[in-house]
Ligand binder design. Structure first.
Ligand SMILES: [Zn+2]
Length: 345
């Protein structure tokens, strides 16, 4: 067929042309021949000025429709070459940038555990872990809290439905990392510089408490250990974890497993102890500490005439939240699996 010059013949001519196509290059030649600026349809559009004005509108509409149909026919045909290794589409796909896999990051709590471990390591603290479900003996009795003692009521403990051990009592989800103290002593290796970081459980839930949380517990037992050593270690931690301008202070307190016992405060990171809206009095409470009670040392088989020690046990989440620049309104968010929250860290 000769070159078409009317609407009726142009599609037929295109069909014949497409039958002869053998490569992507052929397609682009045909596309240019029909749809290019000087192609058939372009020429027909420019020839419209020779048509009388009353016919022009109708003819223009027909031409536009034709243009769309021609485009569709060519596109459909070019699709047949997509799997051809010479196809420009294949080449195009190869040159496209790959899809970037989404990379996660370590959870904020794991980050905190790793940072805390690093701070204590240069002082010789050895990271250990003890059972997260343990017998009442290690959790309470060995820590100077006999079964009848009212202090036991303060621990909102999860009891595990299991056979009772006559000597060691029921199984509980450890409500604190202190249960590792006597287990560490019973290894019989002195001196001790222990850092026990573990998951704990208590029946509690609100903006500042979760039923499953983490604690880190430091325990040092050696000859001639005194409160001075405890203060030194706490200050070292405060400066290395929170910042060089931070310091700690001790307030007298009462715990069953330490004597004397203290609450440890750290000076506020915003006002540095002067007092502001956040801290009120200039200090923020970190957690408990004290000199290991002789009864606990005895339960661990440690000679109390020769050895003494100190211990501290704090919440990982709480300590991390107190670190400068980390403000979390609701501690439960840490466990909510909400990526919008977790991706901030
Ligand atoms: Zn303040």
């Amino acid at each position: 067929m000769d070159n078409p010059n009317d609407i009726e013949n142009i599609k037929k001519y295109l069909s014949e042309k497409l039958e002869t196509v053998s490569s992507v290059d052929d397609i682009s030649k045909i596309r240019n021949e029909f749809l290019g600026k000087k192609g058939f349809i372009g020429k027909m559009l420019s020839d419209m000025r020779n048509i009388s004005s009353d016919q022009r509108k109708d003819y223009g509409a027909k031409l536009n429709l034709l243009k769309i149909e021609v485009e569709n026919m060519i596109d459909e045909y070019s699709g047949k070459f997509e799997n051809d290794k010479d196809s420009i589409y294949t080449e195009l796909y190869k040159s496209l940038p790959g899809r970037k896999p989404e990379i996660g990051h370590i959870n904020i709590i794991t980050q905190a555990i790793s940072e805390i471990t690093k701070v204590f390591a240069p002082l010789g603290f050895n990271r250990v872990r003890y059972p997260e479900i343990d017998r009442e003996y290690y959790v309470f009795e060995a820590l100077n809290m006999p079964e009848t003692h009212p202090a036991r009521d303060e621990w909102e403990t999860f009891f595990v439905d299991s056979p009772n051990d006559e000597k060691l009592g029921r199984l509980v989800i450890t409500p604190h990392t202190s249960s590792g103290q006597v287990r560490e002593m019973l290894k019989g290796e002195l001196p001790i510089r222990m850092l026990n970081i573990s998951r704990c459980g208590r029946r509690q839930i609100d903006v500042s408490h979760v039923p499953s949380f983490y604690q880190f517990e430091g325990l040092v037992i050696d000859e001639n250990i005194s409160t001075t050593h405890l203060i030194g270690v706490l200050d070292y931690f405060a400066k290395n974890f929170f910042g060089a301008d931070r310091e700690t202070r001790l307030r007298p307190y009462h715990f069953r497993f330490t004597e004397p016992s203290f609450e440890v405060d750290i000076n506020c990171g915003i006002c540095h102890g002067k007092g502001c809206k956040l801290c009120k009095g200039g200090w923020l409470e970190l957690g408990g500490a004290g000199m290991v009670h002789p009864n606990v040392l005895k339960a661990g088989g440690v000679d109390t005439e020769k050895y003494s020690g100190f211990a501290f046990g704090w919440g990982v989440e709480r300590t991390y939240m107190m670190k400068s620049g980390t403000k979390i309104d609701d501690i439960r968010n840490l466990f909510s699996n909400d990526l919008r929250f977790l991706e901030q860290f």
